[in-house]
Design a protein around this ligand. Sequence first.
Ligand code: HEC
Length: 133
Amino acid sequence: MTFRKIALATAALALMPSVQASEVFEQAKITAGEMLYKVECRRCHAADSSDPSYGPPLENVIGRGAGAFPDYDYSEALATSGIVWTPAALRAWMEDNTGFLPGTKMRHVGIEDRTVQDFILTYLASLSAAEKQ
Ligand code: HEC
């Protein structure tokens, strides 16, 4: 009975949780950010705090004070900078970290494209959110 099948399929669809377009877009930004992070940041920064590499891990970095990751040997300049890693500070850092904070030991990166910054920020925020759950 075709009509019955259609009616059942429609009822089943109505019961499925709706996936918002905005959620798909957000997930796509996180995925793009992760890929860009792997290219631009990962060789020095682990995303996972339990797996430190050359630079301090960036898990939970948003909202954190500069130089706050325990046991990491920060430069004097960064340790005493008083910077708080807000999204705006992270943008300025990605754009020109050595100009933003002369004396930092992080090699110069120059990511000026706001969209690229945006993707990386969304990815970093997702790392922080995951930790809080
Ligand atoms: C060549 C290695 C290298 C690359 C590539 C690199 N970093 Fe860093 N980063 C470092 C080092 C080393 C430090 C510590 C700097 C200091 O103590 O002055 C640092 C520090 C930081 C800090 C400060 C963290 C804190 O705990 O205060 C942030 C934020 C950061 N990097 C973000 C990034 C992002 C985002 C990228 C990619 C766009 C990136 N870094 C690419 C080596 C790197």
